[in-house]
Design a binder for this molecule. Sequence first.
Ligand code: GLA
Length: 377
Amino acid sequence: MLSSDFTALFGQAPEIISEAPGRVNLIGEHVDYCDGFVMPFAISDRTYAAINRRSDRKIRIASAQRPGEIIETSLDQISPDKAGDWERYILGVIWAFGDRITTGLDILVDGRVALGAGLSSSAALECSIAIALNQLFAADLSLPDLARLAQRSENDYVGMPCGIMDQSVSLMAQAGSALLLDCRDLSTEQIPFDLASSGLELLIIDTRAHHALVDGGYAERRASCESAAAKLGIKALRDCSVSQLESSRGKLTELEYMRAEHVVNDIARVHQCVAHLKRSDFKSVGEILTQSHASLRDLFEISCPELDLAVATALANKSLGGRMIGGGFGGSAIALFKVADIDQAKVAISAAFNSAGFTEPRFFTSLPSSGAGLISH
Ligand code: GLA
């Protein structure tokens, strides 16, 4: 499909087609930019990119989600100062490759990761482009290098100060496993994550809420964590234990302390969760998720009424545990269930949203899927 659409649009078959997934973060939230540990997995929904090199320096970009629109620019005009829309995620990656990109490009993308649901559609888009350009221009970058490149494009070109989690998991995930990622050195361990054989499923609840705080709120949380680390005299909050934090309480403002308390404890929860998963102790995994939600709500203050209602209703309907995921202030929550209990819980969550006057939520589920790859080249 993508190949024939590309040919119809640009008059030639694509040289390469790539794909990169969105993600769900199981545990370790707002700790990636504190050099912490996170454990996301890739979902089956992905973004596809078809690309051709051109003989001139023109860049043409189209999207299956924007029929009839072709955005045109030139390799020499790509600059972070330029205004734009969704295509900035693509141009940012081209920009981040710098002079490794030596020709113009025709690009058609098909983004199948739900937008605005907190499932990292932006990282999926960036990584689908990054992995294709790496191959087309023989840049020979490793997956961690590509993750850093895609993060840099989002930080410095798009202007979103995100951490490294979403790009890393989109590139390095493996089917059947969650990815334990050390966000300081990008070393990884694949942690088998097999819910089905225990009769369980992870429900993803897209609250469809998107509160205005999203961008400013994210940057503000990141800044608090960085100022807390500076006052504690450490490189990042990852270098602080729970007891060290307690004994240094006086050095931080009350707000910095709350933020740091969340981060330090959520990093500890990642390690606990790994141990529980290795023993297939899903009851304890569920408890960890619920603890993380309380911390994100009360200490990090990035939840919202829709996310709290989704989690509370899941818990009241036999969920083993659940929490909000991603940047916060909207997007999705996850909740762990026995398969047999899911349908009733969905009905209850929809009904609770309806009574509260919230938009009808959307439900997904996904097995842990593979990371980015080349489909044809
Ligand atoms: C967003 C960012 C990530 C990470 C999460 C919170 O998804 O892109 O880098 O900080 O929020 O864990």
